[in-house]
Design a protein around this ligand. Structure first.
Ligand code: SF4
Length: 449
């Protein structure tokens, strides 16, 4: 075949999984493969899966089936590869379920993607590289070829991978392995690379960003990393995602609040507020400490937009536990909030709990009640922005003169967006001052001034 093989990729799940896909794309491109968004033109479809909860697995299975339908239409010319957390977590089951899949990639195969795909095309892979299921240890660094798949305005910076917490409901440590952090030097080099490519926002991610560096031979910290990033010149935003309340202390809050690049935003999943439920979830801190920390966060970092995530319907959660949480959501008024209804994850301690199991419909009803309360809060907060002029990072355009952007209180893909009018062609990938004309619960509309 004269022309290079063409590869199309679909990446599911969280930004940490997306960065793996970006490293695989960089590796494949630097090995001479061509990446394409046009599936019809592709020779191989790479499905990068997520599997941390049942819904995510369902989505992954549907995407794999879709890819295999695409393969069958190729009359033997097309190949399908499956990567990410599903083959990592369930290698045998996934391989048995999909005999037509040509190649599997574990999380440790990310840097080997090009070699394995070349082998597949040249000689075929009899064993299909079915993963062994051992805990992964791989973590890319600034020397890894990486092709970002996000809009050019922002990029994710994976500062660490894996997790050493053992929250009772969570399967991530058994999929992604132990915490392993990048060095500050490597991260600074990658910051320069990403800023050099035009990114105006760097989103710091890990399974628990607030434990960054504690596992390094020369221990570091998130605060130390932020201070180093602060030395970098340029007009760009830094956003901290995925912190754990147990590791957010006053020193970190003060460093973030004083930083010249870090935006006044903190993602800090609390999961619950009831003492009994937090203990049963093995979150490592109780209600009193959580409330005290969250109060200090507002005091020490005025104007910070707080994003959190709650999990309702955990076994043993009573009506009064739930009401305590609903009251706390009303009282604290989070700027950004997500809620999950508990689902028992195979292999987690919570899946073995039989006492006080909350029926799925009741868990869903509790989730909906919190989201309804949050919608009232979000609407009032957004309405208060009408008439104000905000700094917005423009991620893309909806049509000529119409753009999509985000304020400093909005992380990519999970928070609000700003629909804005502005001069044609100039704004994409840049900051704009936007007068807010209209607001709904989760969107703003405005005009670039
Ligand atoms: S901190 Fe807890 S919830 Fe988050 S990835 Fe680790 S074990 Fe899972």
């Amino acid at each position: 075949m004269a022309r290079p093989y063409r590869i199309s990729i679909v990446s599911l799940g969280c930004p940490k999984n997306l960065v793996d896909a970006e490293v695989m794309c960089g590796t494949l491109a630097s090995a001479g493969f061509q990446l394409t968004n046009d599936r019809e033109a592709a020779d191989l479809l790479l499905v990068n899966t997520c599997s941390f909860i049942a819904d995510a697995r369902d989505e992954a299975h549907e995407e794999i089936r879709e890819a295999l339908r695409w393969k069958r239409l190729g009359r033997g010319r097309r190949r399908v590869a499956v990567a990410g957390c599903l083959p990592q977590r369930e290698p045998g089951q996934t391989a048995t379920a999909y005999p037509e899949v040509d190649l599997f990639l574990s999380l440790d195969d990310v840097p080997r993607a090009a070699r394995l795909v070349r082998e597949l095309f040249q000689t075929g892979l009899a064993d299909r590289n079915v993963p062994a299921g051992s805990l992964p240890t791989y973590l890319y660094d600034h020397t890894a070829p990486r092709l970002t798949l996000t809009p050019s305005s922002y990029a994710y910076l994976k500062i660490a991978e894996g997790c050493d917490h053992r929250c009772a409901y969570c399967s991530i440590p058994s999929i992604r392995g132990h915490q392993r952090s990048r060095t500050i030097a490597s991260l600074l080099e990658e910051c320069r690379q990403l800023l050099g490519q035009g990114a105006r926002e760097l989103n710091l991610i890990g399974q628990d960003s607030s434990r960054y560096g504690l596992d390094l031979a020369e221990p570091a910290s998130l605060a130390a990393l932020v201070r180093e990033i602060d030395r970098l010149e340029g007009d760009f935003w830094v956003r901290v995602l995925y912190t754990h309340p147990r590791y957010v202390d006053d020193a970190l809050i003060d460093t973030l609040a004083a930083s010249r690049h870090v935006v006044p935003y903190l993602d800090i999943p609390l999961q619950h507020i009831s003492d009994g439920v937090l203990k049963a979830m093995r979150r490592g801190l109780g209600s009193r400490e959580t409330r005290a920390l969250m109060a200090r966060l507002r005091e020490r970092w005025p104007g910070v937009a707080v994003r959190t995530t709650f999990l309702v319907g955990f076994p043993g959660e009573t009506e009064s536990d739930f009401n305590e949480l609903l009251d706390y959501v009303t009282e604290y008024r989070f700027e950004r909030l997500g809620v999950f209804a508990f689902s028992a994850e195979p292999g987690t301690p919570a899946a073995a709990l039989t006492e006080g199991v909350v029926p799925a419909e009741e868990a869903q009803a509790r989730r909906d009640a919190i989201m309804a309360r949050q919608q009232e809060i979000a609407t009032a907060m957004n309405q208060a922005l009408v008439g104000r002029t905000l700094r917005v990072l423009v991620d893309g355009s909806e049509r000529p003169g119409r753009y999509l952007g985000r304020t400093s209180a909005d992380a990519p893909e999970i928070d609000n967006v700003v629909h804005l009018r502005g001069p044609r062609g100039a704004l994409e990938g840049n900051f704009a001052e936007v007068r807010i004309d209209k607001a709904s619960a989760y969107d703003l509309t405005g005009t670039a001034v």
